[in-house]
Design a protein around this ligand. Structure first.
Ligand code: LRH
Length: 467
């Protein structure tokens, strides 16, 4: 009889349902369902299609029955990207679209009553125009909070929908709550003085709880559709927190996907040096802090590929970049963390304009553009590592690259070359793996009784890249 765990991992460009179970002492992952989605335009804003996503979540659960042979599904856990949320009235009805963090509605609200410096001293969250705090302030100004009784972060919203009790919000899951930019990073509590000074309703914020914990089981309607019942758990529901759960505690990591999140796990660092370097303090799966930097990530290459009408696969873009490298000018990189690359009308134009502004040769061909992105990304990693080592006073011999982007061999080798560190690449399904590990912990699975690293170590192929 096998114990199965279902991770529902929702990213900014798609979601997947992954079943995990232990076989021959290793964690095996099986993909049950996958779908794509993206922010859609709605009345001049960018929103998530919450109903469509929920429909896909249910569909994936229905498909599980066929995969589970001679065993039982112990639990389900959902993780999503950070910062976004659903506003509900007291009857549990959505009273506003679920806005995407790439929407620009926060622009007029990024300089609130409290300065960024003072906010950072408490929350440790690096300024990003999309942080929940600025989204809530724009909702407040537009009157969208007037009837709001619940602010459910997306994993909570979807999990509670599955349980048939969207109004039963008792807690805020720690890792996700930390992405709001409102949580006190040292105390792990909501700072009432700050929330009140900003004029946000305190009742939207519930006591913080560290994962994993159970919020219920499938609603009777969902049980009928699926043909089974199971527990619904809150895991480390911020996707990056789930991914980082797969990394050894002392390691330097890059969680590489739409974003590249580069950092370490430890205690909060709330000083000006950390703030100026763009480092943030988010909650980790084990109650500690993920001290990391958001780097623009594969979003840039994804946008480039879309703008080239998907004419080249990622593998082709990579190959073209490798070939062009021999002819590339020296020091031919730009800073991809500039806000111009966050949500541009044309990524290609922004890249070209930035090269022009820096007085460098402007990339023209697809090969030049692809190389320019890869080398600039690796250079961002190099700068972020130097800053991190300076801030912490520690030196790290290697970097673990996890997540979908860890399959990008060229970026891995450029990273090894530019940072001078050994790169260990994998697991690529780090987020689902971390989600499953927290479920295994909750269910007292013997495979994780001594922690996660042994099981992760023997279950996945990790590739090494040296300078
Ligand atoms: C990555 C991520 C990242 C956040 C961003 C909004 O998916 O969760 O950690 O900063 O999305």
């Amino acid at each position: 009889m096998t114990d199965y765990y279902l991770a529902i991992d929702l990213g900014a460009s798609g979601g997947r349902h992954i079943l995990g179970y232990v076989k021959d002492n290793k964690l095996v992952l099986e993909e049950v369902h996958r779908f794509s989605h993206k922010p859609e335009s709605y009345q001049g804003s960018l929103i998530w299609e919450a109903d469509k996503i929920y429909g896909e979540i249910c569909l994936g659960i229905e498909k599980c029955g066929a995969f589970i042979k001679e065993g039982r599904l112990c639990s389900i856990g959902i993780d999503t990207w950070g910062v976004d949320y659903a506003l509900l009235d007291e009857d549990g009805n959505l009273i506003s679209p679920v806005y995407s963090y790439r929407d620009s509605r926060t622009e007029a609200f990024i300089n609130p009553e409290i300065s960024h410096e003072d906010l950072y001293k408490v929350t440790g969250i690096a300024f990003q125009p999309f942080n929940t705090i600025f989204q809530l302030l724009s909702d407040k100004a537009a009157g969208r909070l007037d009837k709001a009784k619940y602010m459910l972060q997306l994993p909570e919203y979807f999990s509670q929908s599955l349980a048939g009790k969207v109004c039963a919000k008792e807690y805020n899951e720690y890792t996700m709550a930390s992405t709001t930019g409102l949580l006190n990073a040292s105390k792990k509590t909501w700072p009432q003085d700050i929330i009140e000074k900003l004029g946000l309703p305190m009742e939207l914020f519930k006591p913080i709880r560290e994962p994993p914990y159970e919020i219920g089981e499938l609603s009777s309607e969902m049980q009928k559709r699926a043909g089974f019942n199971t527990k619904i758990l809150m895991v480390a529901s911020h996707d990056t927190a789930s991914a980082v759960a797969t990394v050894k505690e002392s390691s330097l990591y890059i969680s590489s996907g739409t974003w590249s999140l580069l950092g370490i796990t430890g205690s909060p660092v709330l000083n000006e040096e950390a703030r100026n370097a763009g480092y943030t303090n988010e909650g980790a799966h084990n109650g500690s802090i993920r001290f990391l930097k958001n780097i623009m990530g594969l979003w840039v290459i994804q946008s480039l590929s879309r703008e080239l009408n998907n004419e080249f696969s990622f593998a082709e873009l990579e190959k073209m970049a490798v070939e062009f490298e021999k002819n590339a000018p020296a020091d031919w990189h730009i800073d991809l963390n500039l806000s111009r690359f966050f949500s541009p009308k044309s990524m290609i134009n922004e890249i070209k304009e930035e090269y022009k502004r820096c007085g460098k040769k402007v990339p023209e061909t697809p090969a030049e553009l692809a190389f320019s992105v890869y080398i600039s990304l690796a250079n961002c990693y190099k700068v972020a590592v130097q800053d991190l080592e300076k801030i912490t006073g520690k030196t790290f011999p290697s970097i673990s690259i996890i997540g979908g982007g860890s399959k990008d061999g060229y970026l891995n080798s450029l990273t090894a070359r530019l940072t001078g560190k050994t790169v260990y690449a994998g697991p690529s399904e780090a987020t689902s793996t971390g989600n499953i590990l927290l479920q295994m912990k909750y269910n007292n699975d013997p495979a994780v009784k001594d922690g996660f690293s042994d099981l992760v170590g023997r279950s996945f192929n990790v590739k090494e890249f040296k300078e």
